[in-house]
Design a protein around this ligand. Structure first.
Ligand code: TYD
Length: 204
């Protein structure tokens, strides 16, 4: 069976990961690789419907309900997009994945990390990214980048975003092999070069 490669892009809101994911995608496609891009929440179809609720619903949402919606979307993304692409030997780039739930619902909202790890495990049926890039930048700068037009998650507040950022750094300490932290305060070109250096050994 073909192996495929699964890379996830993580970081607090406004860290610039989506720009970098798209640059990497263009690079890999030019090199002739078969690349599939997806995102969480979202992806396609039902995932986009769940995304709509998660980012725009303006009534009360409990922290646990929020977690389960992210996890439901993840299960769909794994089953419908990620695993089928991997089985065909493709490179899958995913904008946010399991570490977002650990950082936002765990470190950010304060839910139990062990439980979140277990729920993530159920949602992914045990699949793990081969590589995770965490784009790290100070919270004041990232919030400035987000600007005034904030969705439900971005509106929680600056202290929440700081906990999320620190959460990612903690996660990276726990899994240094899989999670690479990238200084996202540099220019787009510099960060792109660093991303290319980091992924090189995975595509060789
Ligand atoms: P999105 O617009 O995709 O944010 P970004 O462009 O910064 O990636 O919105 C996703 C939001 O949902 C973002 O604020 C992070 C949050 N989120 C969680 O809280 N938990 C999760 O498990 C995931 C996947 C995302």
């Amino acid at each position: 069976m073909k192996k495929g490669l699964f890379i996830t892009f993580e970081g607090a809101d406004g860290c610039g990961k989506t720009t970098q994911m798209n640059l990497l995608k263009d690079f890999l496609v030019k090199k002739g690789y078969d690349v599939v891009v997806t995102r969480e929440p979202g992806g396609k179809g039902l995932g986009e419907k769940i995304r709509e609720i998660l980012l725009n619903y303006d009534g009360e949402v409990s922290d646990r309900c929020e977690s389960f919606l992210f996890l439901a979307d993840r299960a769909q993304n794994i089953d419908v997009i990620i695993n089928p692409a991997m089985e065909q030997g493709k490179i899958v780039l995913c904008d946010r994945h399991t570490d977002s739930t650990a950082a936002y619902q765990g470190y950010g909202r304060g839910l139990d990390i062990k439980q979140i790890n277990y729920l993530n495990h159920l949602a992914t049926a045990g699949k793990k990214p081969d590589l995770t890039l965490v784009f790290d930048i100070d919270t004041e700068t990232s919030m400035e980048r987000v600007g005034k037009d904030k969705d439900r998650m971005e509106s929680v507040g600056i202290e929440f975003q700081k906990r999320v950022r620190n959460g990612y750094l903690e996660l990276a300490k726990k899994e240094p092999e899989r999670i690479q932290v990238i200084d996202a305060s540099k220019s787009i070109e510099e960060i792109h070069r660093y991303v290319l250096e980091t992924i090189q050994k995975y595509i060789d």
